[in-house]
Design a protein around this ligand. Structure first.
Ligand SMILES: Cc1cc2nc3c(=O)[nH]c(=O)nc-3n(C[C@H](O)[C@H](O)[C@H](O)COP(=O)(O)OP(=O)(O)OC[C@H]3O[C@@H](n4cnc5c(N)ncnc54)[C@H](O)[C@@H]3O)c2cc1C
Length: 330
């Protein structure tokens, strides 16, 4: 008999998609597309950051132009709506099919369903725990669109003294069974008829952003997408190979990393502080920020200062859940 505890239907730590500054953001208004204003988000020549080329972060377009067909299941041009969301399922059995160490403290996992698959919308997350009930369920974002074979991908970074992340990063092996509950979260793709989208990710906060970008790249429309990824050092860029491949294949996708520590080319420093130097006005731009709580809050504040509409700012804060010290979520 499983000794694991069933989590509440709204898991602790699910303070998602809340517009900071106190207002909860659930629905983004769509705006008629103005082609004359799109693709000009980044400061510098042609809207691209001047230092991006020597970071290996800007690539040529795919030969013959940008691919417009979806990379995975056929995409409709309709955004996911509330009605398209799936009910939460508990105690789904999965097995670890692949495990890849990305650096000294991060792993990528692929989970295969043993019975029922998990249905979800890109940007959502699941709760992961062990069948023995020794590990409290922890939230992890799904890093891709739903796949036909039902496999799920996660990126996990170990936090100091963290019970769940240590179990995943140090003990969980290929062949092990895990328990999945989900899907959860409101960090969902917004309307597709916006002029431009800016993604801001801090460290492993890139996880749900990967799913959102993959979803947006599947749109038939030529929606410009920019990802600014803040990491400590170059080794902390997770899924960099995927991001660079997308950038080569889709000229409308731009990816720039910023470094907070360690050696490396500019841009360097904290992303919220760098933002005014990297982008023009964010009026009419949809902003998605994910990562540590302080990072996400600072990004939302910086985006507002650059003219972003509160209703267009979507956040996913990776709060510790439950907070080990029993603090209330704010
Ligand atoms: C919606 C959501 C999505 C997430 N997605 C991901 C993801 O895709 N990938 C990922 O790696 N993580 C993700 N997380 C974070 C993840 O759920 C866990 O919180 C994280 O892995 C740490 O869990 P743990 O069990 O290892 O740490 P815990 O055992 O819960 O401890 C957390 C940390 O808090 C520290 N701590 C203790 N007291 C304090 C204090 N007073 N002040 C500050 N810190 C303190 C501990 O030292 C420890 O380092 C997500 C979180 C949320 C809410």
């Amino acid at each position: 008999m499983s000794g694991r505890m069933r989590p509440p239907s709204v898991p602790p730590g699910s303070s998602t998609s809340s517009g900071r500054c106190g207002a909860r953001v659930t629905q983004e208004r769509s705006t008629p597309h103005d082609p004359g204003q799109s693709g000009q988000l980044l400061r510098g020549r042609s809207g691209r950051h001047p230092s991006a080329a020597h970071q290996g972060c800007e690539g040529p377009g795919a030969p013959g132009g940008e691919r417009t067909s979806p990379p995975t299941p056929a995409a409709s041009d309709r955004p996911p709506r509330a009605a398209a969301r799936y009910p939460v399922q508990y105690d789904l059995d999965f097995r670890v099919a692949q495990r890849r160490a990305l650096n000294s403290r991060s792993v990528e996992l692929r989970l295969v369903p043993l019975a029922k698959p998990l249905q979800f919308v890109p940007g959502q997350y699941l709760l992961l725990s062990d069948p023995e009930g020794e590990i409290l369920p922890r939230s992890y974002s799904l890093t891709s669109r739903p796949r036909p074979d039902g496999t799920l991908s996660l990126l996990v970074t170990e936090v100091p003294a963290g019970q769940g992340s240590r179990w995943i990063c140090r003990r969980l092996a290929v062949g092990d069974r895990v328990v999945v509950d989900g899907p959860f979260g409101d960090f969902l793709p917004g309307p597709r008829d916006v002029p431009e989208v800016l993604y801001l990710a801090g460290g492993v906060g890139v996880a749900p952003i990967l799913a959102l970008v993959e979803e947006a790249l599947a749109y038939p429309r030529n929606l410009p997408l920019t990802l600014l990824l803040s990491v400590r050092g170059e080794a902390d860029i997770l899924a960099g190979d995927r991001l660079q491949a997308w950038q080569r294949e889709y000229p409308r996708f731009r990816f720039i990393r910023t470094l907070t520590r360690g050696p490396g080319d500019p841009p360097r420093g904290r992303l919220p502080a760098l933002l005014p130097g990297l982008v023009h006005s964010l009026a009419a731009v949809s902003v998605f920020a994910a990562g540590p709580e302080g990072f996400v809050d600072a990004c939302a504040t910086a985006a507002l200062a650059l003219g972003a509409d509160l209703a267009r700012i979507h956040t996913e804060a990776f709060v510790s859940d439950p907070k080990p010290w029993g603090g209330a979520l704010t």
